[in-house]
Design a protein around this ligand. Sequence first.
Ligand SMILES: Cc1cc2nc3c(=O)[nH]c(=O)nc-3n(C[C@H](O)[C@H](O)[C@H](O)COP(=O)(O)OP(=O)(O)OC[C@H]3O[C@@H](n4cnc5c(N)ncnc54)[C@H](O)[C@@H]3O)c2cc1C
Length: 327
Amino acid sequence: MTNDILVFAEQRNDKLHPAALQIVTPAKELAAKTGGKVVACLIGGTLNAAVEAIDKTGVGAIVTVSAPALANYSTLRYRTALAAVIGKVQPRVVLLPATFMGRDLGPRVAAKVGAALATDVTSLSINAEGSLDIIRPVYNGKASCHVGFPKDRPAIASVRPNTFPAATGGGGAARETLAYTPAAGDDRIDVKEVAKAGGEVKDVTEADIIVSGGRALKSEENFKIVFELAKELDAAVGASRAACDAGYQPHSRQVGLTGKTVTPRLYIACGISGAIQHLAGMRGSKVIVAINSDKEAPIFKLADYGIVGDLFKVLPAMTAEVRRLKG
Ligand SMILES: Cc1cc2nc3c(=O)[nH]c(=O)nc-3n(C[C@H](O)[C@H](O)[C@H](O)COP(=O)(O)OP(=O)(O)OC[C@H]3O[C@@H](n4cnc5c(N)ncnc54)[C@H](O)[C@@H]3O)c2cc1C
């Protein structure tokens, strides 16, 4: 095993996921402790822009595995490819973003290479023995679990998106390509088509501003007023589970314990009561604005700014004001 830290830089269609840039930040800190370097691994079809983007984060080396069979994410093929990179780099630690892809891939790769795995990690350090120590929230963020890894095998951790800032600074990292050698059974699943959930609107995990709607919106049609404000603010649209379960929005927009974790600069909660499971996914937002007709709604305890009022009046007024300010 080397002292290197391997980062799985998630990309789709040659575009890096923002979380890939973020996990380089803790990877650099760990590498400074182990005395190794950060090695980024990209797996996919055509890999150009994504490689250039990760190079700008100051990683020490980049390993790419590119093949037509890897153009779309496939658990088994990506598992084989990443396991091959781990075999080549022999890293002490492997970090993946805890995105849908990372959550899916982490356990498969850990099983394949016989490594230990921790998921949805929010803090990482190297202990006095030189092995990885992590902290991961449990019980809906009410408690933290401290996990120590054995030193004799690689430690794999998926890191919660939006926990660390995107890494910057660097360029000119050494580049290496590795051929994809399919393993038996890799073709058991073949991805024929990838549909973008939620249409053309930004994904909540990638957005700087989120306008989120709850059960109070009452219908998919009424969500139009949420989309209008989101458009003016160049924001993503999120939703509570109640709104998604009712079919007002797809579950890909759900924020919370069983949805996505977000930490935007601004989170505007419209007609969302503030149930603990919803807060679990958005409490890390920098500024929270709540619009609710009930002044006792729990969301106001967390909100930086609260508007007690009917969202069907407040939202259009806010949209009009933003339009006016933008000129
Ligand atoms: C295991 C588990 C996991 C869960 N995971 C999630 C999760 O990931 N995400 C999530 O969101 N929930 C989750 N939930 C559900 C959660 O407990 C709540 O039921 C849900 O968040 C409520 O959604 P809501 O706030 O939209 O609806 P409600 O709780 O019904 O709140 C609606 C709010 O709108 C306000 N309102 C009504 N009319 C207006 C109006 N005209 N103008 C302004 N305000 C108005 C009301 O005062 C109320 O506060 C989970 C629950 C469980 C048990």
